[in-house]
Design a protein around this ligand. Structure first.
Ligand code: ADP
Length: 205
């Protein structure tokens, strides 16, 4: 079990996945809140059956999976539905995050949470690592990655916490304006640090 949990966050396109992939290569177990958020509404889950009970079968696609874009439209049109969904899904997501961090076997593990600030989860982890880039870089890399347009990505960025809000809760920051080589060195340095901190945590218990 990993007793030391590093929460990794950053805005859309900041480089969270790129960074956590590098930690994974060093043998660190990665728990991804985005993956969990999808898993808790997969076919056959309590989460999905509750959503169908509330919104009807129309919310499913032809494969019986949650129609996410339709759900987004409904949530946008009905704000109280968002509150209801959060109440349903947040406990399920938290429970899964806890289970998976407890099941992790590397000396420390990483919990990747895009909305760490927005969901006030900083206190649930032992250390917060923020991947930080300028808004201009964020926009440019995300538009390129998602083959999307500037307006769409700008709207997502506006709905997320600000760069300043994220940096305010950071214990460590990876500046990701440079090239991939800079990232490798920085990740190696933090890996050493987290290994030491995890070992200290173990000796106290
Ligand atoms: P996030 O998971 O935070 O949304 P990603 O890790 O997917 O962000 O990175 C966004 C995009 O930017 C990806 O296409 C990724 O390959 C690219 N990218 C990440 N870091 C760098 C970097 N240092 N230099 C150039 N491109 C990068």
């Amino acid at each position: 079990m990993s007793r030391f949990v590093v929460g990794v966050s950053g805005g859309i396109g900041s480089g969270k996945t790129t960074v956590t992939d590098l930690f994974a290569r060093l043998g660190v177990d990665i728990i991804d809140a985005d993956v969990i958020a999808r898993d808790v509404v997969a076919p056959g889950t309590v989460g999905l059956s509750q959503i169908v009970a509330k919104l009807g079968k129309e919310i499913l696609d032809e494969k019986g999976q949650l129609n996410r874009s339709l759900l987004r439209q409904r949530v946008f049109a009905e704000p109280e539905l968002k509150a209801w969904l959060n109440q349903l899904l947040h406990p399920l997501i938290r429970q899964q995050m806890q289970q998976q961090t407890q099941a992790a076997t590397s000396p420390y593990c990483i919990l990747s949470v895009p909305l760490l600030v927005e969901n006030s989860l900083a206190k649930s982890v032992d250390r917060v690592l923020i991947v930080d880039v300028s808004e201009a870089t964020q926009l440019q890399r995300t538009v390129q990655r998602d083959n999307s347009n500037v307006e769409q990505i700008s709207a997502i960025m506006r709905a997320q916490a600000s760069r300043e809000q994220r940096l305010a809760i950071a214990d460590d920051v990876i500046q990701n304006e440079g090239g991939p080589k800079d990232l490798v060195d920085k990740v190696a340095e933090l890996h050493q640090l987290y290994g030491k901190l995890a070992a200290q945590t173990h000796s106290v218990i």
